[in-house]
Design a protein around this ligand. Sequence first.
Ligand code: ATP
Ligand code: MG
Length: 139
Amino acid sequence: MAKEYTLSIIKPDGVERNLVGKIVSQFEAQGLTVAGIKKIQLSKKAAESFYGEHRERGFFGELVDFMVRSPVVVIALHGEGAIQKNRDTMGATNPAQAAEGTIRKLYSKSIGENTVHGSDSVQASAREVGFFFAASELV
Ligand code: ATP
Ligand code: MG
């Protein structure tokens, strides 16, 4: 399997509860490495643009309000099969359906506040890593 980059975001509910270290540890336990990491406050405009594919969904306003509530930590993960490993480590979107041991099963309270984002395809990974990181910031 080829080495890939993918984007993880620790969402406001995760950062607020000081879960950054625990979450990064789970990625590292899967063999992924942190190629870039930063804590940022998303603007409303940036959150709307990032989640633009969901613009027509009923929960879009709620999603954007949540993502700008407080800072997030954006992480470029690198490794063999990074996109799938990130998704597997996160668990299902709805924490009630997430597998045991996944980040969302362990830490998420609802489908809205589900602690992490992860790119879901090669195309999404390229767009999303590029949304937050310059190539020179990935080491
Ligand atoms: P993410 O894109 O954040 O990694 P995902 O790929 O598992 O999550 P998507 O279907 O892309 O899920 O939805 C994006 C985000 O929108 C979800 O993570 C969640 O925060 C929010 N969301 C999705 N469905 C709902 C819903 N029914 N009600 C409220 N929020 C939702
Ligand atoms: Mg998604």
